[in-house]
Design a protein around this ligand. Sequence first.
Ligand code: NAD
Ligand code: WQD
Length: 342
Amino acid sequence: MNKIQILLTGGAGYIGSHTIIELINKGYDVISADNYSNSTPKTYERIQKITGQSVKHFGVDLCDLFLTKQLFEENPGIKGIIHFAALKSVPESVAQPLHYYFNNINSLLNILECVKVYSIPNFIFSSSCSVYGNVRLLPVNEDTPLGITESPYAYSKLIGEKIIQDFARINPATKAISLRYFNPVGAHISGFNGELPNLPPTNLVPVITQTAIGKRKEMSVFGNDMATRDGSCIRDYIHVSDIAEAHVNALKYLLEETQNSNYSLFNLGSGNGVTVLEAIRAFELISKQKLNYKIVPRRPGDVEAIYSDSRKANTLLHWKPKHDINSMMETAWNWEKNLALD
Ligand code: NAD
Ligand code: WQD
């Protein structure tokens, strides 16, 4: 039987590469397009080491419509697209808003133009919990009214969702899904794939592991005066392989299930709120070492607490996350230790 061919944009990145692994394991034929602005083609070697399969890949900037169309001309069998490609740093987006809007919106518009021209029936978009902004009622579900969007990055995701929704309305032959990820962390269970951005990371878990390995002298905990159980911020950390698996399920949902509408939206979180200090304690327990951290004032723009109600994805996508915070920390730590041996 012919395998179903899926194009992943941003497939060399953190979540894209873990999703490639899950798709290959489930028997899909995967191709990847990336401009390596926040990754390198070396990712495909790591995927091959884990899956035993090579990935057909293209170095393409999706902001270039001509090159993007060429990709579809050369690969006429694409049956679905998972669009991961985007710039994703919140502070960088505040410093360079035009760069973020240009990249994240143009790449999406170009891909959707190809969806239309080449009649691609299935489309999945990486959105973010950051579209909720500062919300009062927790947990947040897909019907929670959105607060104020805090950054150009978050706004680029909100605009992206709206563009896809409008596109789907007049293109009934394409079914589309937006997935709002909460805080993806951790690494592949093999220890051979994980987060490896081109710039120093600012997210909590890579900051923790880099501090523990000695790449950073100490780390900061941004605030302990929040209205939470220990004063530090609450987030919904979710293992990257669970996120990857949700994409496989979302694809299956598009391919097999009959939906009322050709556009849907799902939260992807664990449903558990974990404080920064609890996350650090979980890391200290699994790594059996004390982390050098200090409490500093709140980070501007941080919401105090947010976590997901993911029952819609649990029910309709038949998706249940498998990893808890200990497993997230353990796999992230194994990846950091393996990087040190590289
Ligand atoms: P990542 O930076 O590791 O991966 C994104 C990939 O897209 C990179 O390999 C980058 O080189 C590529 N890319 C960017 N612009 C491109 C362009 N114009 N043309 C071709 N390739 C391009 O990020 P990630 O963590 O894997 O995130 C994947 C997606 O999920 C992004 O859309 C991100 O906004 C979204 N997301 C991430 C998180 C998170 O915390 N990691 C949370 C919510 C949503
Ligand atoms: C988590 C918690 C920090 C670093 C961002 C985006 C969101 C999504 C996920 C893309 C916060 C605290 C962090 C540090 C700390 N990405 N922290 N010391 O801000 O929840 O979400 O990434 O879509 O859109 O906004 O993630 O990992 O930066 O922070 O104390 O050195 O850890 O204050 O409470 P965040 P994060």
